[in-house]
Design a protein around this ligand. Structure first.
Ligand code: ARG
Length: 460
């Protein structure tokens, strides 16, 4: 069924119909399409544009269609042009002429815009909950590991001692920003375009504020051309999702490294690891690798949306139908990744002894050794140089700063005394880094509480 057949003498060829059709991917918006149509018909009835009886019959008819789709009694026709055409066609099949009145003062251009916005708003809520769930797991693990000492890295070289809880909470901070980006995007998607018509609104006395109330939008759009041709909210959500994937991918990369025998800082639960078909000893972090890999899809989806939109003259052009597969794929991918990643992290076993061993091996207390000299009055640059010489000495003698004898210390700088060994103790070095934002156990516990409080307040 085509809605626009009056002007045409021939039907579309099968291949053109398939090429033109969006039903295979926009049918997932059937609920939003029906919701939008129910509100639109109620508004038409209220404004006297159609009769109250017709408005009521249309509303009931649409509810019936929704119930039948959900129960499986009605299957969406894969040959239809799009979901809007299918629902309107079905309504007309059920109600006759009354059904044909639904599309008064409306175009598929404002209809599809409202459908996508309704759909994205729901999805943003779901993704927000998934992100919150991941933050909760991170907070739990961080609390358990508030005192677990590990090496912090720069350039993937052991740098300074930190706590594992602090390291984990870095990801909670990233995800908290993700929540705030999603909330921001929700606000901009929360503006109702229905009433923009095809591009130039309508001469019917419609009440857009009323439709807005019925559909629970915060505001109405104020330019009909922009109302139908804006897809910023898709681009913005795709960008937010791409950034979430950057975070999940970095986290995955670390988990993959931590699982290796070279690190062995953690062990993934058997339920979240896979084996090799040939190497019996293997236990692979496939979930983390897939999350890292799937980030590429979401970046691609963002690029698709940016590219689709960049050359389109106002207002609607069919290019914009390409928005859906990209944004839906980004949404599906992020939801799938979060659903797999969160329980994988929750069940991940932490191996604190191995972290401690790695922390002891890389001179990560060298800065603290220099600071010890500074606290005794030496200028930092001199203290830095003396400690560098000590490290070289240790490497030469195959020792660490903890095991280097005091007389060797004194040979390089006579300010050293026995107190140095306490000053460079790894726990002390990690635990005393306690200004706001530092890795000390008290900070970790406080930040976990703060994070939980912030997340709880987060409502889109
Ligand atoms: N399937 C179309 C889309 O997703 C719906 C809007 C069609 N509008 C039109 N003027 N052909 O963009």
């Amino acid at each position: 069924m085509q809605l626009w057949k009056g002007r045409f003498k021939k039907a579309l060829s099968k291949t053109t119909n398939d090429f033109n059709s969006s039903i295979s991917f926009d049918s997932r918006m059937y609920k939003e399409d029906i919701e939008g149509s129910i509100a639109h018909s109620a508004m038409l009835g209220k404004c006297g544009i159609i009769s109250q009886e017709d408005a009521k019959a249309i509303g009931e008819g649409l509810k019936g269609i929704l119930a039948d789709i959900e129960s499986g009694k009605l299957t969406i026709d894969p040959e239809a042009e799009d979901i809007h055409t299918f629902i309107e066609g079905e309504l007309t099949a059920r109600l006759g002429d009354t059904g044909k009145r639904l599309h008064t003062a409306r175009s598929r251009n404002d209809q599809v815009a409202v459908d996508i916005k309704l759909y994205l708003k729901n999805q943003i809520e779901e993704i927000t909950d998934l992100v919150k769930g991941l933050i909760a797991v991170i907070c739990g693990k961080a609390e358990e590991n508030a005192e677990t000492v590990m090496p912090g890295y720069t350039h993937l070289q052991r740098a300074q001692p930190i706590t594992f809880g602090h390291h984990l909470m870095a990801y909670a901070e990233m995800l908290l920003r993700d929540l705030s980006r999603l909330k921001d995007c929700y606000e901009r998607a929360d503006v109702m375009p229905l009433g923009s018509g095809a591009l130039a609104c309508t001469t019917y006395p419609i009440d857009r504020e009323y439709t807005k109330e019925l559909l629970d939008f915060a505001a109405v759009t104020h330019n009909s051309l922009d109302g139908v041709s804006d897809r910023d909210y898709c681009i913005e959500l795709a960008a937010d999702l791409a950034i979430i994937m950057v975070h999940l991918s970095r986290f995955s990369e670390e988990i993959i490294m931590w699982c290796s025998w070279e690190f062995k800082f953690v062990e993934l639960d058997d339920a979240f690891s896979t084996g090799s078909s040939i190497m019996p000893q293997k236990k692979n972090p496939d979930i983390a690798e897939l999350v890292r890999g799937k980030s590429g899809r979401v970046f691609g989806d963002l690029t698709t949306l940016l590219t689709v939109m960049k050359g389109i003259a106002l207002a609607y052009n069919k290019d914009m139908q390409e928005d859906k597969e990209a944004i839906f794929d980004a949404i599906d991918t992020v939801k799938m990744c979060l659903t797999a990643f969160t329980p994988m992290l929750e069940t991940m076993k932490v191996l604190p002894q191995n972290m401690r061993k790695a922390a002891a091996g890389g001179f990560i207390n060298a800065t603290d050794c220099a600071d010890y000299l500074v606290k005794k009055g030496l200028p930092f640059r001199d203290a830095y140089k003396a400690t560098g010489e000590l490290v070289a000495k240790c490497i030469e003698m195959n020792l660490t700063l903890e095991t280097l004898p005091l007389d060797e210390y004194k040979k390089i700088c006579d300010i050293f005394d026995e107190g140095v060994y306490e000053a460079i103790g790894l726990e002390k070095c990690a635990y005393e880094r306690s200004p706001i934002g530092g890795p000390s156990p008290d900070n970790v516990r406080r930040e976990v509480e703060r994070m939980r409080g912030m997340v709880e307040l987060f409502q889109v």
